[in-house]
Design a protein around this ligand. Sequence first.
Ligand SMILES: [Fe+2]
Length: 232
Amino acid sequence: MLAGELLTLCELGTLPPADQIGVLLTGDLHCDPELARRGGIGDVRSVWEAFAASFAFVAGVAGNHDMFGSDADFAAFRRGAGRHILDLDVRTLGGLKVGGLSGIVGDTKRPNRRSSEEFLDAIALLLLESIDVLVLHDAPALPERNQKGNEGLRALLDVGPPIVVACGHHHWDDPLVELASGALILNVDSRCVVLRNVPEVALTDPFRHPLQTNTCSITFEPPRRSSTCSKK
Ligand SMILES: [Fe+2]
């Protein structure tokens, strides 16, 4: 559904042609078939396929509610052209070096969950890879704005490089924040955000983040749900 809405905007000229747009997905993409409410656990391969069919690339992570069939199905799906499901992986796509880690911290007997130690060790490794964009499902804690998230992840980003972090999982009313480290956090839970690249702005003002200066957003307002999907 969302892929179709964006394609319409491309056809209308509101957005550039779809083959010039890369898509980053932060997980928890399942919705019940009647579109009455978001959430629940289910197969999200059709969502990835819808984006991969029309856009330059689709990359991202699995949320804690995302299923991809059996283990063999998942392995086969990951090999598909134009889609990059990241789980401690780094890819260069559209000129951006993108790293990603799927899932959240939680009971490792359940799908798409790691121990806190394993999760944070993986994040630390990705932060050493000189990436431009880090795609996560979990979000860092933001207590100064009363926004929920992972405290360990926040501690790493506070001392990490000035990258863009796309995340979800916890709903933030204010989705964009820049940390003192220069990391720009964009929480897209319940949102679709369009980032435009305007190189001349970045070149004339090196102290402003090139993506931050060129950000506009399209926010879709689906039926609201609880502020943290893992509680469901
Ligand atoms: Fe989630």
